[in-house]
Design a protein around this ligand. Structure first.
Ligand code: NAG
Ligand code: NAG
Ligand code: ZN
Length: 432
């Protein structure tokens, strides 16, 4: 009997990540505008999936399917685009990641007396949801859990409102942080739950509680997040289907192309089978509508919006759709640099420095319908996308080694602290 059970477990282990057999990932470097221009058509032609976008000074990382690898390499060489192998066998790199996650789980569960915490490992959706409920029950005076809607597949979309005045003091600026819109970016939700921890359970910056009201939404896209755990590690989109026949074969919308600002005009697709499908219409997704409604509900006093993505070690600000500067560009840049410096002061030496700049210009890639642009467009003065630190460059695994999650959440918190304080100063000045 025992052997049978073991056999079944192995069968499951072997079946994992099989869809990525033969896939490879490459570091890709572009150093001229001509190379940037040459790369763009290859993305569609070879269905390239960028896990991290290259900047002119830093390599990106791209997933390439088996049948496109030879042609991709040939075209890259012809255009002078540099490339080198990152994972020669993506499936085994993912298997290795799973071992690291299992080992991390053994360590943390032992350390926490059997409890799993949402910021000490890459966790299933239940662990994150349970943590939010726990916070709401244990700290009812400051934390309120809100579940305004269910996802396409029926999972509650949950966020926490944190306030010493129950959101009744209109003079307080609001800070809104979301994560997990892109399902596979697993380092994102832990940075948001760590912020909850630091505002409720382990308060070392009490001014942040007194001065601000907080809204923290760790997993905008629970369906996709769950699917990236159970089925397809590189799942990025939501899981919705619509009346487009292709959407039955290729479910899901790219949430960060679904916002109603210059929707579907650039860096997005109307083809449901692409990773950047903008959806049948702006705000077609309940998940993005939840974020929209939070933004509008508190718009008059929302000073800072952060949306957590990975990876790339970047802090990016509007306008991402055309690379132009907003009227508030100076504030956006100054506060962005202050956040990056704060992170840098706590970063590990082997992590790349944060790059701060205009979304489109830093990654040479214009996108329409992002939450960062939308929030700024409707009036949030400071709106940023964080591209958190990513993969380990040491070989074997694919994603950031889970032992670095603790480091990333702590250093990211330093950025949030400085961003909040600077936003508070700005907001107060605007209203005198
Ligand atoms: C906060 O306000 C809401 C109504 O907006 C109310 O239902 C809730 O009980 C209040 N919570 C506390 C802790 O006062
Ligand atoms: C709070 O955080 C500080 C700094 O990391 C740590 O030294 C302390 O043990 C923590 N306290 C609790 C109750 O977790
Ligand atoms: Zn993302």
């Amino acid at each position: 009997m025992k052997f049978l059970v073991l056999g079944a477990l192995f069968a499951v282990a072997y079946a994992k990540h099989e869809e990525y057999i033969g896939w490879k990932s490459y570091y890709v470097g572009v150093s001229t505008d001509d190379q940037v221009k040459a790369l763009a058509p290859l993305v569609a032609e070879y269905e390239l999936d960028f896990i991290s976008h290259p900047t002119l000074s830093r390599e990106g990382l791209v997933l390439v399917k088996p049948h496109y690898q030879a042609a991709f390499i040939q075209d890259a060489e012809a255009a002078g685009i540099s490339y080198r192998i990152h994972a020669d066998d993506v499936k085994s790199a993912l298997d290795y990641d799973d071992q690291l996650i299992a080992a991390q789980k053994r360590t943390t569960v032992a350390r926490n007396g059997g409890r799993q915490l949402p910021y000490d490992n890459y966790q299933e959706l239940d662990v994150i949801d349970d943590y939010l409920d726990y916070i709401g029950e244990k700290y009812p005076d400051v934390a309120t859990v809100v579940s305004p809607a269910k996802s396409f597949e029926g999972h509650p979309i949950k966020y926490v409102k944190i306030s010493t005045t129950n959101f009744t003091d209109d003079s307080k600026p609001v800070i809104f942080i979301d994560g997990g819109i892109h399902a596979r970016e697993w380092i994102s939700p832990p940075t948001v739950t760590w912020a909850i921890h630091k505002l409720v359970e382990n308060i070392t910056e009490s001014d942040l509680l007194d001065r601000f009201d907080w809204i923290l939404l760790p997993v905008v896209n629970p369906d996709g997040y769950k699917f990236s755990h159970t089925n397809n590690r590189f799942w990025r989109k939501t899981r919705s289907t619509n009346s487009n026949p292709l959407s039955q074969i290729c479910p899901g919308v790219d949430g960060n192309r679904n916002y109603d600002f210059v929707w579907n005009t650039v860096g997005a697709s109307i083809n449901p089978c692409t990773e950047i499908y903008a959806g049948p219409s702006a705000f077609s997704e309940i998940e993005t509508r939840v974020v929209r409604d939070i933004l509008h509900e508190n718009l008059a006093r929302t000073a800072l919006y952060l949306t957590m993505h990975s990876f790339g070690s970047m802090i990016l600000y509007p306008w991402g759709h055309d690379g132009s500067l907003s009227q508030n560009a100076l504030g956006l840049h100054t506060v962005g640099v202050a956040m990056a410096n704060a992170i840098h002061s706590k970063a590990l030496p082997n992590f790349p420095n944060y790059v701060v700049g205009n979304s489109a210009l830093v990654i040479n890639y214009y996108i329409a319908g992002s939450s960062e642009d939308y929030a700024h467009y409707i009036g949030v003065p400071l709106s940023y996308t964080y591209e958190l630190p990513g993969f380990s460059s040491t070989g074997n695994g694919f994603h950031l080694d889970p032992r670095y999650i603790d480091q990333v959440v702590r250093e990211t918190w330093e950025g949030i602290v400085v961003g909040a304080r600077r936003a508070g100063d700005l907001f107060t000045n605007l209203n005198v």
